[in-house]
Design a protein around this ligand. Structure first.
Ligand code: FMN
Length: 187
């Protein structure tokens, strides 16, 4: 299996990147191929809503989305998003990548292409936020759900931690290693 990770945080060695590294360690132990892309390192144009993909099935921009991100998303058997909450949403760089997935939405819903031909693809959301509110992760979950749907990925599961703010806090969480191991075993 090919497991693609997408890091949403611009912070090096931060809380969500730590979750991603634990997840990928477990996946590697199971013998899967893994790759992690960092949203902020990819140089992409934001979607301009031109509608080109809705008729042609391809994007007008030939950038890191088209060259790097989209081929990896198409190849993946499992996709894991790991991200902090920024204003109850994904950070801008990750949201910009997700908006560009409109090209897959268009292929599926406008052009009725069966691009993934019954392949079983799974999506996972890992997330952190500083506060405690009950709605803290609602925005991320909804956006992840519709990203996964456009790419014919089943939303398998998520793991979200409240009260994580300072760098390094996630590493001190008492159950995180067990939580990730259980999540990976359940996939
Ligand atoms: C621009 C910005 C916006 C944020 N917005 C929220 C928010 O709406 N709710 C919240 O609980 N935490 C918010 N946070 C805190 C982060 O989610 C938190 O610090 C998280 O642990 C950072 O994860 P990271 O280390 O993976 O970057 C925000 C942080 C930043 C920098």
């Amino acid at each position: 299996m090919f497991v693609l990770g997408i890091n949403g945080s611009p912070r090096h060695h931060g809380n969500s990147n730590f979750l991603m590294s634990l997840f990928m360690e477990e996946m590697k132990k199971k013998g899967h191929d893994t790759e992690v892309l960092s949203a902020v390192r990819l140089k992409i144009n934001p979607c301009i809503g031109c509608g080109h993909c809705e008729t042609k099935g391809v994007c007008i921009f030939d950038d890191d989305f088209t060259q790097v991100f989209l081929p990896a998303v198409i190849k993946a058997d499992v996709i894991v998003l790991s991200s902090p909450v920024y204003f109850y949403a994904f950070p801008a760089a990750l949201k910009a990548l997700i908006d560009r997935i409109q090209v897959l939405w268009s292929r599926k819903y406008r052009l009725k292409l069966d691009e993934f031909k019954g392949r079983s693809r799974k999506g996972v959301l890992l997330a952190v936020g500083a506060t405690q509110g009950k709605d803290l992760f609602d925005g991320l979950k909804l956006t992840a759900r519709y990203f996964f749907d456009a790419a014919d990925i089943r939303y398998a599961t998520d793991l979200c931690y409240r009260g994580m703010d300072e760098k390094g806090e996630m590493e001190k969480h008492p159950t995180v290693h067990e939580d990730i191991k259980r999540l990976v075993n359940g996939l």
